[in-house]
Every structure is written in C-alpha cells, then in structure tokens.
Design a protein around this ligand. Sequence first.
Ligand SMILES: O=C(O)C(=O)C[C@]1(C(=O)O)C=C[C@@H](O)C=C1
Length: 301
Amino acid sequence: MKRIATLGPATFSEESVQYYFGTEQYEYLPFKGIDEVFGATVNGTADYGVIPIENTLEGSVRNHLDTIVHEVDLPIQAEWLYPIRMNLLGLTASSAEESGAGGDPDRPYAGIRKVLTHHAAPAQCSVFLKTHLPHAQVDIVSSTAEGARLVREYGDPSIAAISPLAPAKLYGLNVLAPDIQDHDANVTRFIMIGREPIALTNREGLPKTTILVQLAEDFPGALHQVLAAFAWRRINLTRIESRPTRKKLGSYYFYIEVEGSLDSVLIPAALEEIRAIGCQVRLLGSYSSYTFEASTVRSKA
Ligand SMILES: O=C(O)C(=O)C[C@]1(C(=O)O)C=C[C@@H](O)C=C1
C-alpha cells in the first residue's frame, strides 16, 4: 500500500487528500508540521507528500513553493482544489459557564480570549475575527487541527481553535461558530509530490505542467519571448509567479504553470524554444489537476 504523508490528523490537508484518493487504497501518515511532510517524502518514509500551495483569500504559500524549488527535488504528481470551511471550536458553552468564562448560549464565543490556528487561517477569517473577537490573541500553531488538539489539552474554555470540523469529534470539542471563512468561495490548492506518477481512475483530471524558468540575462525582452512561446501555440498559462533565485539580488525564477501534458507535442516544443533563447528550464511536474463537486464535499463533523 502506498503511503501518503500529510499534515494531520484531521487537518484540511488530510480531509482534502482523502476526498480525492479515498481511505482504502492508501495509507495516510499524519505529521505535525509541513517540514516533516517534506522530510518523510524525501527520505522515503512516505511515497507521496501533500503540500498546500495557494488559497483564494491568502494567495500563494510562498515558503512551500520555495522549499520545492530550492530544497526538495521531487516532482509534482497531482494537484487538487478543495473548499475550506473554517469553524471556531472550543469547550462547551455549559463548561464555559461552569468555569466562569462567561458562557452565553447565543454567543458561545463571547468568553474567548485566545485563538489557536495555522498561520493561513486568520487571513481567511478576518471579518469574523474583527467583528466578534477583536481583542482575542491569535496564536499560530503547526496546523488548524493541532490548535483544536491543544484546546482539549489545555482544557481552558477561554481558548478556541479555528479548524475544520473533524477535530471537533476527535477531541470532543463544540462548534462555537460554523463557517467563519470570509467567503464561501474559499478554496485551497494542494499538490502531491513524490517519485512515481499517481492518478485517479474515477475522475477526469486536467493535464497540467509546471516549470521553473530562469531568464537569459543578456536577452532583452526574454520574459516576453517565454510567454510568446506558449501564446502562439495557444497553450493556456494558468499561473506565473516570480521568486528569488537566492543567488544574487534582483535575480528571479519564474514559476510557470500551463495547461497540457508533456506527452503532447506542443509543450516540449515550447520548452525547447525557451531553452533556445538561453533561458534555463527546470521541469517541476506534469500531472493531473482535479477539482471537486461542491455537493459531495463533507460538511459535518
Ligand atoms: O492546517 C491545516 O488544516 C492544513 O491542512 C494547512 C492549510 C494551509 O497550509 O493552507 C490548508 C488549508 C487551509 O488553507 C488552512 C491551512
């Protein structure tokens, strides 16, 4: 059985990968931090690792992209989108009353003084936090679900977690406020890295290819030429982002994602053209991208 490393247990990463890949055919290895997920995939403890790379409200997760570019030389084997519904979890309103934290059944979060969550979450729930918990201290922990675990461990009703629903059941917490993300269209993009290809049999994916391009230094208009190599072949560019090469101030890589597979004639030809103008091209992966049907995504604890 292939093993998949993910932040976990009960994180959005785990929920999303299990939504697509199911729980029968793969073994899931939960890790506390994303560095451990990268590490386990590199050292072979796991065959694949799940990495969040972009969110509708937060934008790119730049440090994860940088790790893939500079530290971890494993190709992207799959990509998927997953809707992120955040919840405020805490100890029950009645236990809050008992311990004198000021339980109010209509506003069960009124007595919350501290919120624990992953660093991506506060920006996704900024309206809720500003409106309902403007004075609460937000402490960043390694994952949303880890925040929920700590709420249980500390046993303090004035501490809550911003988290998926699954940890509510796992750690016996109450949902103090459901769906607190700023927009319903809050979606996170995940990638799976690993040595071997992986594909879903029950779902059609969109073929995609990701490359890293370092521009030729003495070639005016090099970026224009790179984009033109895709444009005139009618290859759809889905993302372009510049990141520092870390070698020289002002020197950048372009992280470029396009629709299409390396098996098609067009993409290898475009890459050849880009190399021919003196740019360095590194292939980060050619894989399927999956998306969800809203009605089939879990929404209950
Ligand atoms: O903490 C989790 O539950 C994660 O899976 C991580 C993560 C992220 O890194 O963006 C995944 C999805 C959400 O955007 C919030 C957190």
